[in-house]
Design a protein around this ligand. Structure first.
Ligand SMILES: Cc1ncc(COP(=O)(O)O)c(C=O)c1O
Length: 377
């Protein structure tokens, strides 16, 4: 059997990875500034992460959600502490799309309404509920089409209120910082206004922190850059498991649980929770949230000063770099001539940086130096 050929591939075959380094079959070392789509938060093969998973594997790897799983409660407790969202409750699942799917359901169950608002450039995943909120008609199948989902212009509060006023809107979903769309940071006042409008029209505000969460932006959640914001639902995945598949929904206590409302076979299994706990323990012990902010503050002005760079957006280690030319050939040169992985974005001229949060400063400076060489020689 062959694999279903849906991914255009970089011609590299990694066989080993430690920290921000990856080695291929030839023994060539690459610097990972992309973390496999923002997944590697605490670095590849982190010793604490590996040890915790191995220890859990030797105890019990999996049982379904029909018995007590104390490590789920430990994970929820730790996530509350590290994120500052102690009063929220946690539903565990397996991926970002699944987290959003469950958040949509909760918004709809609790508001009693069916419709949703998302924003241009958004990416929320590929499952049937999440994909219609995603601003890419190429990935929406005819069976996913709906007429009660509205993708509105980015940050257009007037359009949001006009749509809410028509009724039938269960929720507004927005990324803490838009990732796939090219690293667009919402104004704090926009997020605060969205929360206000959601309340006014009895809809739920869903913050998709799948890419921007887990310390990447210099706050545990990117929305925490906006003072006093309390979303109804917050979705997480990617950096949550540092490569182990795990996702979750943080649910405001105003939304009540009842038996059977949500469910999953694999979500919250023992191994995934061990991985999730290890990530939070390392974020805390290595002080990675403040470190990400500090590195971003150093790197962004250096990138802005490079001739050929037209704009730099982002916070912490979630950075979008717009070039005066197409990014594709520049990224290819980074892989083959400088052995560095970077990310693409919706815009053809944008490079996305999403490195492990404990990357060293020297590696980032090396990236900036090489970018300057590629753009100016
Ligand atoms: C903001 C955001 N939400 C949701 C998803 C979907 O996550 P997953 O691929 O784990 O389903 C992604 C993936 O890139 C994302 O960036």
């Amino acid at each position: 059997m062959k694999t279903f050929d849906v991914y255009p591939l970089i011609n590299v075959t990694p066989v080993k990875a430690i920290g921000a380094s990856i080695w291929d079959t030839e023994g060539t070392e690459y610097l990972d500034l992309y973390g496999g789509h923002a997944v590697i938060s605490i670095g590849h093969s982190h010793p604490h992460f590996n040890q915790r998973i191995k220890e859990q594997l030797d105890q019990i790897a999996f049982y379904s959600n029909s018995i007590h799983i104390p490590i789920q409660k430990q994970l929820a407790q730790k996530l509350g502490e590290v994120s500052g969202c102690e009063e929220y409750e946690l539903f565990l699942c397996n991926s970002g799309a699944e987290a959003n799917e469950n958040a949509l359901k909760l918004a709809s169950f609790s508001s009693g309404k069916p419709g949703f608002i998302s924003f241009s450039g958004a990416f929320h995943g590929r499952t049937s509920g999440a994909v219609v909120l995603t601003d890419n008609p190429k990935i929406i199948a005819p069976s996913n089409q709906r007429n009660d989902v509205h993708i509105l212009p980015w940050g257009d509060l007037g359009a949001v209120e006009a749509q809410l006023a028509k009724g039938n809107i269960a929720g507004i979903i927005i990324e803490g910082i838009q990732g796939v769309g090219g690293i667009h940071v919402p104004e704090a006042s926009t997020l605060q206004q969205l929360a206000h409008l959601a309340k006014k029209y009895e809809a739920k505000l869903i913050l998709d922190e799948v890419q921007s969460g887990y310390g990447r932006t210099g706050r545990f959640f990117a929305f925490q850059w906006a003072e006093g914001l309390e979303p109804d639902l917050i979705t997480v995945a990617k950096g949550m498991g540092n490569g182990f598949p795990i996702g979750g929904v943080l649910i405001h206590p105003s939304i009540k649980a009842s038996f059977g409302l949500l469910g999953t076979t694999f979500g919250g299994n023992h191994l995934a929770c061990a991985a999730g706990l290890a990530v939070l323990e390392v974020i805390e012990s290595e002080n990675l949230i403040a470190y990400a902010e500090e590195l971003g503050n150093k790197l962004i002005p250096i990138l802005e000063a490079i001739p050929g760079v037209t704009e730099v957006r982002g916070k912490g280690l979630m950075i979008g770099i717009d070039l005066d030319r197409e990014a594709g050939p520049v990224r290819t040169s980074f892989v083959h001539n400088y052995h560095m992985f970077t990310g693409s974005a919706a815009g053809k001229n944008t490079i996305r940086l999403l490195p492990p949060l404990n990357i060293d400063e020297e590696s980032l400076l090396k990236f900036a130096k090489n970018l300057s060489i590629i753009l100016n020689s």
